[in-house]
Ligand binder design. Structure first.
Ligand SMILES: NC(=O)c1ccc[n+]([C@@H]2O[C@H](COP(=O)([O-])OP(=O)(O)OC[C@H]3O[C@@H](n4cnc5c(N)ncnc54)[C@H](O)[C@@H]3O)[C@@H](O)[C@H]2O)c1
Length: 397
């Protein structure tokens, strides 16, 4: 151990971070930030929602990771591995000494989770149990979990929402997997105080790396607001459906807390620093949001202004179960992690648009020429309606 600059706190020397779901949207941006902060990254993904191909049952190509390497000039150790394959996970994990794990891998489509709950509980909860067991077997107890503001359920008037707000009351399967995993992590920590766990509760991540080289490219049908807006803007989708225009908000549409993906990525580096500094941190939850509520229409109009496009809107009645407003009180993360979100809504729109216009087919062009069968994990964009309700990304994973 040495000392943290300017303080007398002990500082653990950490080098290697194990990232699950690294080929996905948040994972790839976070890996980039980790590499830039000097960490070595080992990552796994099973390509369930990321473009990638396995060539001969062995070697694989993950374009998002390749592009991260291109931007940073650094290598990432990547394995095609499903968290449900505990044997392979153990082998991959044991290849090097891991200092901390950041766990992104999960299925995250709210609507789909209601239709195939077995799949979501198995993937998200069993995957997490396998990961935690493998960590414990390798004497690694430092863990950062991708949680979500969805664990708060409907906040009603309790806004901005703090980490003190009770969790639970979640009305969809996806959100319940996040809530159950948080509860499980509390039990695991209570049983064994060697664990140090940070729960990062994300609000609504949007945008892309400012280079436009990496961005969001789900392979499953999606209803995420910004990719959807961009698809409408380039004409791939006819219109943007907004459910609920008569809420008691500034313009009648739902209010969310959109956070730039690079701010979110930096929040993970701040969480790692906290864990490094405090070997007995225990279990802590932090909101990662801007603290500013923005209506769906405000985001749409900002997007139109920044990109010079006009979106065709399909305004529909509100739906049962939709949450009116959700935004963070991020002051705990500022106080304890020294982190705040800095980037504006304009930057979120500008950076996403750069990614979208530079890569109209996302990462698909990087692999489609390799193997025709590679298309098997690339579904056509679905005709999913965008909502501001519980059943879409707008409402907050
Ligand atoms: N994007 C959001 O709006 C949002 C909000 C709050 C929380 N989160 C959470 O953040 C995390 C990352 O989200 P994202 O937006 O990057 O999603 P994403 O789908 O882009 O990334 C998740 C990655 O995990 C992989 N994966 C899923 N199950 C796996 C398994 N069993 N084994 C190996 N890999 C697996 C997928 O292929 C994908 O690449 C998720 O846990 C999600 O629930 C996301």
């Amino acid at each position: 151990m040495d000392r943290v600059e300017g303080t007398s706190e002990p500082h653990r020397e950490w080098k290697t971070i194990f990232v699950t779901g690294g080929a996905g949207y948040i994972g790839s941006h976070c890996i980039l930030t980790l590499l830039e902060a000097g960490y070595t990254v080992v990552t796994v993904d099973n390509f369930t929602n990321a473009v990638g191909i396995v060539k001969d049952g062995h070697s694989c190509v993950a374009p998002s990771i390749q592009r991260v390497e291109q931007i940073t000039g650094k290598k990432v150790i990547f394995h095609h591995c499903d968290l449900l394959d505990k044997k392979k996970l153990s082998e991959v994990f044991a290849e090097q000494k891991i200092d901390c794990v950041i766990h992104f891998a999960a299925m995250k489509a709210v609507g789909e989770s209601m239709q195939v709950p077995f799949l979501y509980y198995k993937n998200n909860i069993m995957g997490t149990i396998n990961l935690l067991e493998v960590m414990a077997e390798n004497n690694c107890h430092e863990f950062v979990f991708s949680s979500s503001c969805t664990v708060y359920g409907d906040p009603g008037d309790a806004l901005p929402i703090t980490e003190e707000h009770p969790t639970g009351g979640v009305t969809n399967v996806y959100g319940r997997t996040k809530f159950f995993i948080e509860e499980m992590l509390k039990d695991i920590y209570n049983a064994d105080k060697r664990w140090n766990i940070v729960l990062l509760r994300y609000f609504n991540p949007v945008g892309a790396h400012p280079s436009g080289i990496i961005g969001e490219d789900p392979t499953k049908p999606f209803a995420n607001l910004m990719p959807y807006m961009a698809q409408v803007a380039i004409g791939t989708k006819p219109s943007l459906t907004i459910f609920g225009t008569d809420y008691e908000t500034e313009d009648g549409t739902g209010v969310r807390d959109y956070i730039h993906i690079m701010d979110l990525a930096e929040g993970h580096v701040a969480a790692l620093s906290k864990l490094k500094r405090e070997p007995s941190l225990g279990l802590k939850a932090y909101n990662l949001g801007t603290g500013k509520g923005v209506t769906v229409l405000q985001l749409v109009h900002t997007f139109e202004r920044v990109t010079g496009t006009t979106l065709t809107l399909d305004l529909k009645d509100r739906r049962e179960g939709d949450i009116v407003a959700m935004y963070a009180d991020p002051s705990l993360a500022e106080k304890e992690l020294g982190w705040t979100a800095k980037r504006s809504i304009e930057e979120m729109c500008r950076d996403f648009w750069k990614w979208q216009t530079q890569n109209p087919t996302g990462y698909r062009g990087d692999v489609s020429h390799m193997i025709p069968a590679a298309k098997s994990n690339l579904s056509e964009s679905a005709t999913v309606s965008l909502t501001n309700g519980n059943h879409s990304a707008v409402n907050g994973h």
